[in-house]
Design a binder for this molecule. Structure first.
Ligand SMILES: Cc1cc2nc3c(=O)[nH]c(=O)nc-3n(C[C@H](O)[C@H](O)[C@H](O)COP(=O)(O)OP(=O)(O)OC[C@H]3O[C@@H](n4cnc5c(N)ncnc54)[C@H](O)[C@@H]3O)c2cc1C
Length: 458
């Protein structure tokens, strides 16, 4: 990089150009997963779309490896690169809501917390994820699901349009009527096709409080409870979402003290209808076997959306593996139980969202998120603190993942770690993959955007 080029860049943009050792550089390159300590040669912290355009042009013209940081949350660490250019969108976090017309515009670096707090001023929400410090950018481009997706669809199913800076440095819009191939590709194909500077989402009316909360079951009854759960949750109307988490109990007031720090089965849920009807639907869960405690009640949506944040704060070492599960057979439950008992740390979680509902009624190839019909997802959240435990923790996650492979079908691209090119393909069906490659050839023929779950144009 020539000094005069850098100086020209600095004066051309409103945001900041940061070199190693400059103020803000370390803060900017830090991401959620403490496993990654990468040092870009240069960071451009953008303030607006024009800055992003200048950054893309600069990276391309100087042959720099480019990484894009939205919320910096991806467990694979792709937001930050060594020796290249990191384009940091974190200052582009504005959210505007048009409550009358039912849409929200969200800048590419906003966090879910910003979307929730702004939409909730009008009792609205955008379907997204369950941890409020996740970035809208990465989450949406991979698909985006959470507590209200069964009722309202994935984040991509609510995307109306996007403003994108392409590899060629053009600013284009993508929607059902403009660049529709690009619009299709960014709904599941990740950050492969350009940098999204603005998303426009349809909003859903949910009010400001929802019946929600975790019910807590004894770990020793895990098999019996899961045998009930696997059928019960699949009978629920779309308004009800019930997940399952096996972890060591946090010190919540409604869990008896003697169970704090012990393995338990958490059954968090969200109900979007009449509270009395929701309570009736949750009662069989409370009644099945022994219940250790329940936090069920009316909770502010913003509070519920950040209720799990404290369990997954920034900085810990993480290695996440995942796949969609075709069901929860007795054999599968036995395997889950076996690995629960050998968790390498008390921070690990076995997270099992229930999917189906509205997303599964959308055709598999309508967007680039084809695995819409598997009922459950298995997320192996491996978290620990010390680098000296890396080998043990990674091995546990890999063994656990292999041991449950026979019950799986496909994977959600946003839950992949660095697992190689072959594994990225498992996030897609062959027809969707072929179409993604065609789009990549058109929109990013030289694979400028390759610090991601990469779809190579070759
Ligand atoms: C604790 C935790 C909880 C999670 N919960 C959920 C959940 O409930 N539901 C769910 O669906 N997913 C969930 N995820 C997965 C999450 O969707 C992905 O990690 C996602 O990539 C995070 O987006 P980000 O912008 O924060 O990531 P980043 O690490 O900043 O970005 C990841 C990649 O996305 C691309 N990218 C990001 N922003 C842009 C942009 N504006 N334009 C172009 N490319 C961009 C880049 O390729 C980048 O490498 C969770 C992840 C974690 C770690």
């Amino acid at each position: 990089m020539k000094t005069e080029n850098l100086n020209a860049l600095k004066s051309a943009i409103q945001g900041r150009v940061m070199l190693p050792d400059e103020t803000g550089y370390d803060e900017s390159r830090a991401i959620w997963n403490g496993m990654f300590d990468r040092k870009p040669a240069l960071i451009i912290r953008c303030s607006n779309t024009k800055d992003v355009q200048a950054a893309v042009n600069f990276g391309r013209d100087n042959n720099l490896l480019i990484s894009v940081k939205g919320g910096g949350h991806n467990s694979a660490g792709t937001a930050v690169c060594d020796d290249g250019l990191m384009i940091d969108l974190s200052q582009m976090n504005e959210v505007k809501v048009d409550a009358e017309k039912n849409f929200a515009t969200v800048q590419g670096g906003a966090l879910l917390s910003a979307v929730d707090s702004e939409t909730q001023k009008s009792g609205l929400a955008v379907p997204s994820g369950i941890i409020s410090h996740t970035g809208v950018g990465g989450l949406t481009l991979g698909g985006g699901f959470g507590w209200i997706s069964r009722k309202f669809g994935f984040s991509i199913d609510n995307l109306i349009s996007a403003e994108i800076v392409t590899a060629a440095g053009n600013i284009v819009n993508a929607s059902a009527t403009e660049n529709d191939d690009l619009f299709w590709a960014i709904r599941g194909g990740g950050g492969n096709f350009g940098i999204v500077t603005n998303f426009k989402f349809k909003t859903a009316k949910i009010g400001t409080e929802v019946l929600s909360g975790p019910v807590v079951k004894k770990f020793e009854n895990m098999k019996d409870y899961m045998q009930f759960h696997r059928d019960y949750v699949r009978k629920m109307p779309d308004e009800m979402t019930i997940w399952l988490v096996v972890r060591h109990a946090p010190p919540l007031p409604f869990i008896p003290n003697e169970f704090h720090g012990k393995l338990v089965v958490l059954v968090p849920f969200v109900w979007l209808g009449d509270p009395e009807q929701g309570k009736k639907l949750i009662q069989p869960i409370l009644d099945h076997g022994e219940t250790l405690g329940s936090g069920a009640g009316m909770h502010p949506w913003v509070g519920w959306q950040s209720a799990f944040d404290g369990l997954v704060p920034h900085g810990a070492r993480n290695y996440w593996k995942s796949h969609h599960l075709t069901g929860l057979s007795d054999e599968c439950i036995d395997r889950l139980r076996e690995y629960a008992l050998t968790m390498p740390s008390d921070e690990c979680e076995i997270f099992i969202p229930h999917m189906e509902g509205a997303p599964s009624r959308i055709a598999a190839n309508a967007t680039a998120f084809p695995h819409r019909n598997t009922p459950f997802v298995l997320n192996i959240h491996t978290r620990w603190q010390k680098a000296s435990d890396d080998k043990m923790a990674l091995q546990w996650a890999r063994d656990f993942h292999s041991a449950t492979k026979e019950f799986s079908q496909g994977v959600y691209v946003n839950f992949l770690s660095d697992e190689g090119a072959g594994r990225v393909r498992e996030a897609y069906t062959p027809d969707v993959w072929d179409k993604l490659v065609r789009c990549k050839k058109k929109w990013d023929p030289n694979n400028l955007f390759r610090m991601n779950q990469n779809i190579s144009p070759d």
